[in-house]
Design a protein around this ligand. Sequence first.
Ligand SMILES: Nc1nc2c(c(=O)[nH]1)N[C@H]1C(S)=C(S)[C@@H](COP(=O)(O)OP(=O)(O)OC[C@H]3O[C@@H](n4cnc5c(=O)[nH]c(N)nc54)[C@H](O)[C@@H]3O)O[C@H]1N2
Ligand SMILES: Nc1nc2c(c(=O)[nH]1)N[C@H]1C(S)=C(S)[C@@H](COP(=O)(O)OP(=O)(O)OC[C@H]3O[C@@H](n4cnc5c(=O)[nH]c(N)nc54)[C@H](O)[C@@H]3O)O[C@H]1N2
Ligand SMILES: [Mo]
Length: 762
Amino acid sequence: MVRKPPADDPAQDAPEVSAPRHAAAGLPAIAHSVRHARRQMGVARGTRALLRVNQPDGFDCPGCAWPEPDTPHVAEFCENGAKAVAEEATLRRVTPAFFAEHPVAELAGRSGYWLGQQGRLTHPMYLPEGADRYEPIGWDEAFGLIAQELRALDSPDEAVFYTSGRTSNEAAFLYQLFARRFGTNNLPDCSNMCHESSGSALTETLGVGKGSVHLKDLYRADLIIVAGQNPGTNHPRMLSALEKAKAAGARIITVNPLPEAGMERFRNPQTARGLAGPGTPLTDLFLQIRLGGDQALFRLLNKLILERPDAVDTDFVREHTHGFEEFAAAARSADWAETLRATGLDRESVERALAMVLQARSVIVCWAMGLTQHKHSVPTIKEVVNFLLLRGNIGRPGAGVCPVRGHSNVQGDRTMGIVERPTPALLSALEREFGFEPPRRHGLDVVNSIRALRDGAVKVFFAMGGNFVAASPDTAVTEAAMRRARLTVHVSTKLNRSHCVTGTRALILPTLGRTERDVRAAGEQFVTVEDSMGVVHASRGRLRPASDQLLSEPAIVCRLARRVLGDDDVVPWAGFERDYRTIRASIARVIPGFEGFEVRVGLPGGFTLPHAPRDARRFPTATGKANFSADPVSHPVVPEGRLLLQTLRSHDQYNTTIYGLDDRYRGITGGRRVVLVHPDDARALGLADGAYADITSEWTDGSERTAPGFRVVHYPTARGCAAAYYPETNVLVPLDATADVSNTPAGKSLVIRLTPGTSTGE
Ligand SMILES: Nc1nc2c(c(=O)[nH]1)N[C@H]1C(S)=C(S)[C@@H](COP(=O)(O)OP(=O)(O)OC[C@H]3O[C@@H](n4cnc5c(=O)[nH]c(N)nc54)[C@H](O)[C@@H]3O)O[C@H]1N2
Ligand SMILES: Nc1nc2c(c(=O)[nH]1)N[C@H]1C(S)=C(S)[C@@H](COP(=O)(O)OP(=O)(O)OC[C@H]3O[C@@H](n4cnc5c(=O)[nH]c(N)nc54)[C@H](O)[C@@H]3O)O[C@H]1N2
Ligand SMILES: [Mo]
């Protein structure tokens, strides 16, 4: 059962529901930004903070990874960027007195929302063995304790080092260096739960696991397909780019089980027309697909393209690709009836989509979690690549793959070597630069780290940011696994659930956020980040730090490394901590594409990393060509009386950080325990709008998991599909329910049944 939270914890199970909206942003978005900023930061700090977001001399928005335009608007942020900044730059504080007042067991009974609302962490805190609450600890003592536990391990592989995607390039580079110098590749990161499927599919087919388009390509595209993504909430500045693309003549197809307001109509708050007028309609064709139907859809489109010989870019296919015949044979056998069943679409919509595809010279496909978090996500994304290769839509202006990344520096962290299966080239470069032999054994990703913790094979868990316990699948299993660790350490800005579900001993190490001034021995420092389109630029914190006890992430890694490895280590940790230019000098020698880093990052707008398929139609794959694939088509099979559930974000959260209880565009306020179901499906199950239901997921091994007390909302989602918010629904996602190849938790296609229940508050 879900325990009713204490009375001063905002109730999350009394949602009120109104009709979904049909447009995003506009004046209400500005009003919400200002309200959040004032509530958390006050007027002066709030204004100062927001005017520095995404400006050349300011900091990179800690929200999403969408790129900045070359000439940013004075207010180059969005409602949700403003909330991300307010959340970090808040004036509220979690001090040692707070921890003295609240035992860990009590904090564990709190909602994630309440924990986050308490404010910024100010002091290093320690939970000794058997103690019931955290107590303050000095930095030196904290590092000493971690060093002692790490040295006591039988093997370096008994430690894991998790990263969330807000970490700067500099911190990420040092962190992977420390893990490898210590002796392990156990570097799971949030990407394992996010775009890993994209990375796997793109590396195999194109040779580079990243997107191949720039902002200017979007403005040049004839057709943009946005599949499995809700930019109105999660990448709001993308709507400005789509608006600009439309003004230049692009058409947009949206593929989604939900009609998301942001893709319907956009009221650009930076223009008068957007503020006062009706806004710009974005979607020209809405394909309301069933969850997990995308591979079947793209396979059928590919068959239809193949049926028109002049529609295929035969020169491109001949010169640049491999595996065409096998792919074409598979695609030709695609079946209309089967595809319509898998997708829930009608024949006319598919034909309209095809007509738009055939009319478009250049096509871009954008996607996010709706494509990456299914069992068959990797073959799905490979089918998208087939679709683009067929008409030569890779490596020319206005065309390409555009996986839209989540965390603001998740792509940069990977580039810096945060990866559990490093390439031999990376390891050799590290060896050349620092003169030690990095471990070659592959390490653990997120799901395998949980298994290893569960089995007692990992004893120290260290997190550079994030909220591992709440973000990971199978909450009960993950929490039990975490409690088996000897030591859990979190480098964090804000209090979260991972601080309350700990190993035998636990540490919280408070750190500077993106918005804050970072002064080291050599003076004020800046850091760098890489956006979703491979552009690297500087980020300079401008605000006074939340406490004078905070250390930057690079400083934390350097001091820990010195404690563990000694002051005479081959890596110049002390120098790195003093002056981040020395870190960048090493990055320039180790990571391809970073030559001349210090100079180029000083250029306006930074610099773009090389991308062989985009720049030169060169494909560094195993075959040396772009690879077509011929995977079998699959889609989730749902037994009678069951639904497919996706776990997704509300408009008022950042992953596990809950900003508020207002999922404005979907018309849901005052609560988060809701399940959106098509009215006809709900009625067939005997569930009226406003009824309460328990959600039970059914897994192939016969096991079941239940989350009780969700208000049923009749909602215009695709038939047979349902939606509910993450992280509350992570209790329903089995640890073993992962995507093939990428091992990403399959949180977007759970077979569930709904049974009448009661509100958990009752
Ligand atoms: N404000 C805010 N911004 C964020 C985040 C946040 O939590 N809040 N999170 C950040 C992170 S880490 C990430 S990864 C991104 C996430 O960005 P999104 O991927 O946009 O986030 P989700 O809420 O998971 O939404 C998934 C979308 O895909 C659709 N979808 C689900 N399953 C399918 C399917 O099978 N097929 C198709 N075609 N569509 C499907 C859903 O209806 C929904 O519109 O956003 C980043 N930005
Ligand atoms: N069921 C389900 N599960 C999912 C998803 C889903 O769609 N459905 N989405 C998955 C995805 S895409 C992702 S990316 C993961 C997210 O997983 P994580 O990245 O682990 O989770 P976040 O909620 O983003 O982490 C928030 C915490 O990060 C810390 N933090 C914030 N800024 C900083 C900083 O600058 N430095 C440091 N050191 N700490 C900071 C704060 O303490 C805050 O509490 O969740 C995944 N889990
Ligand atoms: Mo993500």
